[in-house]
Design a protein around this ligand. Sequence first.
Ligand code: 5GP
Ligand code: MG
Length: 178
Amino acid sequence: MYNDVDRVLFDETAIQSRLQTLAETITADYLGKELAVVAILNGSLIFAADLLRHIPLPLTLHCLSIASYHGGTESSGVVTFNQLALPNLSGRHVLILDDILDSGLTLEAVSKRLTEAEKPASVRICVLLQKRKERIPAIAADYIGFEIEDEFVVGYGLDYQQRYRNLPFVGVLRSEAS
Ligand code: 5GP
Ligand code: MG
């Protein structure tokens, strides 16, 4: 598995130290409020587990299973909700966690659906990675771990055909592996 990786972009130490700072910013912004964290599975599983342990605020955790990639390295543009029921978020301060902001279609669909269905008090987006590119929709994350160039990455929760999520770092696959 490690042999399939061409370059490591962020190793375990870099990720943990960035998450610590990110968590401090989020904690300061939401001081005195109770958060409703919505983690988008499967990609944000490992990110959410590590980040939330650095946020000493009262919060509830909700998971939404979404699929928007269908095997390749390009977004399909079709966002599928794998469950019908949404968590009850009305009046809550919602923080959506996802692994990566690429085309923005997934996060746009999720925040729109949650906002319309649940009338939360506020909705913000936090991603581990954001790709540097123009986006239609013009959606941006409120909290970003790292900005990266527009290339396909794996590891630390991010997959290629459901594999590589367990790599402890974020890296770029060798072209032979994808
Ligand atoms: P979107 O294009 O809607 O912003 O991103 C949809 C989803 O595609 C992300 O949540 C993530 O699961 C996946 N994705 C986007 N870019 C990458 C990437 O570079 N690597 C991996 N493994 N998944 C990605
Ligand atoms: Mg994902």
